[in-house]
Design a binder for this molecule. Structure first.
Ligand SMILES: C[S@@+](CC[C@H](N)C(=O)[O-])C[C@H]1O[C@@H](n2cnc3c(N)ncnc32)[C@H](O)[C@@H]1O
Length: 274
């Protein structure tokens, strides 16, 4: 078994779990993200069905209009960026991972889209007042070791927005679900590649982080396991950080239809206005 161990000590070393060389993001992640039965218990959607409904929701909740300029960060392999560009939004997709960016560009070319993909570290973004909207999709916040670093990322998103612009953060990891025992800490999904993915998460009260592990198992019995750690912010913590960053109004939803936030919702969608 090829196992990359990651306990709290390893996180402190120079090679962070989210970096390309670590091996979590890239081919491994793209394979694991593409499961047959979807990712939410209540919604059995394929990856492309899920992307379409998320993009419908992004447009609805941010009230996006054709020609609006939007940054998707981190954009991953561009599933939201390209769909938004297709719907007439002027998208810049930023991500640190070159494998994801190549796939994003390849898909843009296939669809004849001019989505602008850039390789950037979200903690070093240097845009000022450029975008009508910034989106941070699917559990892509809280990757850094300290709260100060995670706040810096939020501040970068704030700085990137025009006055009156909106920031949308989406996550499917919600502390109240963890505390009420509804969050799945051990689950298995069948992947479209024919392999299976086992996800084991452990929440640590002290660091307020999830220490997780993805194992992809092939039909030949070969397994590959890679670990990760994400700081999980509560709705209250995140709202406070948004105000501290300078956002004036913060609204929290439970789903893409705009249902006000419910404690045990699987999705948490935060919209902060500059
Ligand atoms: C959970 S994925 C989500 C990607 C995309 N938003 C989606 O929903 O498909 C997180 C992404 O963050 C990227 N990432 C990790 N650390 C990053 C950093 N420091 N700066 C920019 N991107 C980063 C990874 O390469 C990966 O593509």
């Amino acid at each position: 078994m090829d196992t990359k161990k990651m306990d709290k000590e390893v996180v402190k070393e120079d090679l962070k779990w989210w970096m390309e060389d670590y091996g979590f993001f890239g081919e491994f992640y793209m394979q694991g993200d593409d499961s047959i039965e979807g990712y939410l218990e209540g919604k059995k959607q394929t990856l492309s069905e899920r992307t379409i409904s998320e993009v419908d929701g992004i447009i609805r909740l941010l009230d996006l209009k054709k020609g609006n300029r939007l940054m998707d960060c981190p954009c991953g392999y561009g599933r939201h960026s390209n769909e938004l560009q297709y719907r007439g939004i002027d998208v810049v997709g930023c991500d640190i991972n070159s494998v994801h960016l190549s796939k994003a560009k390849e898909n843009a070319v296939k669809r004849d889209l001019s989505t602008d993909f850039k390789q950037k570290n979200m903690i070093e973004l240097d845009y000022t007042g450029e975008f009508d909207a910034v989106i941070n999709m699917f559990y892509s916040f809280g990757f850094f070791d300290t709260d100060e670093e995670n706040f810096k990322v939020l501040k970068n998103f704030y700085n990137s927005l025009k006055q009156g612009g909106k920031f949308l953060m989406h996550t499917d990891v919600n502390i109240s679900r963890i505390q009420s025992g509804k969050y799945k800490f051990d689950e298995e999904r069948i992947l479209t590649s024919g392999k299976s993915l086992r996800i084991i998460d452990v929440y640590d009260e002290e660091t307020k982080k999830i220490y997780g592990k993805w194992t992809i198992l092939g039909s030949d019995g070969k397994t590959e396991t890679v670990d990760y750690a994400v700081r999980v912010y509560t709705k209250e913590e995140f709202t406070e950080m948004c105000h501290e960053a300078g956002f004036t109004k913060v609204t929290v939803y439970s789903d893409w239809e705009g249902t006000p936030y419910l404690e045990d919702a699987e999705d948490m969608i935060i919209i902060a206005e500059k």
